[in-house]
Structure formats: C-alpha cells, structure tokens
Design a binder for this molecule. Structure first.
Ligand SMILES: C[S@@+](CC[C@H](N)C(=O)[O-])C[C@H]1O[C@@H](n2cnc3c(N)ncnc32)[C@H](O)[C@@H]1O
Length: 208
C-alpha cells in the first residue's frame, strides 16, 4: 500500500493540489498557535497552510515520498513543518500532546480507522480541536475521487461512534460541493466534515 502512495506522490503534479482542503481553509483563516498533528498528510498541503498561519505543525504519513514533497512544498511556501514517517497501524499516540489534530481524506481500512479514531480524544490536550474530513458513501455515485471500497468511507454517525464520548461538535455534516484538488479530487463530491472540541474535564467544587 505504501508503494501505491509513493508512486502517486512521485508524479510531477501534486496529487491533491498544493492548496489546503477547502473545509480547512474556511475554518482556519486567521493566525493561530499551538501544536497540530496532520494525520495521513501525504504531500503536506494542509500542514504547510497551517504552518503559514503560525501553528507548529507535524505531518504524519507512512509515505516517505509524500513527506519529501511536503517538505518541498513547505520550503517553497517559506514555512517550517515537522514530518514524521509512521504507519498508523503501529503508531502509539502520546497522551494530551496536541492542541489540534487534522485528518483530511485519511481513508484507512475500517478496523484500523476505528482504532485510530478512538485514540484521538486522548491524544488531544483538554479543550483541543479536531478537524476530520472523509468521503461519504454517496461519493461512489459521483466517482470523482476517493476509495471505491464502501467500508473505507465515512458517515457522520459512524465517525461519532468511533470518536467516542467527550466531544463538543461545532460541525458534523455531510457536505456536497465541487472540489478542485489536483488531478485526483475533481468535480462534485460528497464528504463528511467534522469539527469538534475535546471537552474540558469536569471539575467539581463539591466537598468530598
Ligand atoms: C488521499 S491521501 C490524503 C493526503 C492528505 N491528507 C491530503 O489531504 O492531501 C491519503 C493518505 O493516507 C496515507 N496513509 C494511508 N494509510 C496509512 C497508514 N496506515 N499510516 C500512515 N499513513 C497512511 C497515504 O500515504 C496518503 O498520504
């Protein structure tokens, strides 16, 4: 599988473009700070964008070619990003390490996706945020990008169940709109968009 991604990311044109995914750009358009982890970040378009806003960004992916292109894009954009080559099937998240986690079109086999999603709350600092975007089964009708395997696609309720308790959802919706993201995401598309905050732990003032 890594070979598949390395080949795609070795093509001359950036597979999903050099601009950030539209839902990310619309939500994050002012300067920000904090440590952000971009999961399955490929060629780094979202990571470079967030670094440009002031975030301290780490792009994680198992494709070394993808991460080389991510560093190339960051250098061209005049920003610094950290890259971490890791396979999510073996990756252990440090607890409360991140202010934000971004996962854009990081489609994984369903059991692995569930395992990764279940760890995201614990990996965020209390009050940290998560932006998650992935194609919905309706995307199979549009045929404009993404996996063809139904079990790798996302629904709002399915994702919420995998993420577990302890979230406040600012956005949790099915979006249908045109995408123009490089040669592989092009045309009318159906994807789930989630923007959530990990809830602060409840502190009790009650005497014990
Ligand atoms: C569709 S691309 C999305 C890239 C990027 N997030 C974007 O929006 O441009 C999916 C990415 O998932 C990565 N990936 C797939 N399985 C992975 C795994 N087990 N561990 C780490 N990365 C993985 C691939 O290498 C690829 O970069």
């Amino acid at each position: 599988m890594n070979h598949y991604w390395n080949q795609r990311f070795a093509e001359a044109e950036f597979a999903y473009g050099e601009a950030p995914h539209i839902s990310l750009a619309e939500q994050f358009c002012t300067p920000g700070s904090g440590r952000v982890l971009c999961l399955a970040e490929g060629q780094g378009r979202n990571a470079a964008y967030l670094a440009g806003l002031g975030y301290n960004v780490t792009a994680l992916d198992f494709s070394e070619v993808g991460l080389q292109r991510a560093q190339e894009l960051a250098a061209r954009s005049g920003v610094t990003i950290h890259t971490l080559q890791a396979d999510l099937s073996a990756y252990v998240f440090d607890p409360e390490a991140w202010d934000g986690i971004v996962s854009i079109f990081g489609h994984l086999p369903a059991p692995l996706r569930a395992r990764v999603n279940a760890q995201l709350h614990g990996a965020l600092k209390p009050g940290g945020w998560l932006q998650l975007v992935g194609y919905h089964p309706k995307q199979l009708e549009y045929g404009t990008g993404g996996p063809q395997e139904l079990s790798m696609l996302y629904t709002v309720d399915g994702l919420k169940a995998e993420l577990g308790p302890g979230w406040t959802y600012d956005v949790a919706e099915l979006v249908e709109r045109e995408l123009e993201e490089g040669p592989y995401h092009r045309g009318m598309s159906a994807f789930v968009h989630i923007l959530a905050r990990s809830q602060q732990p409840v502190t009790s003032n009650q005497p014990l």
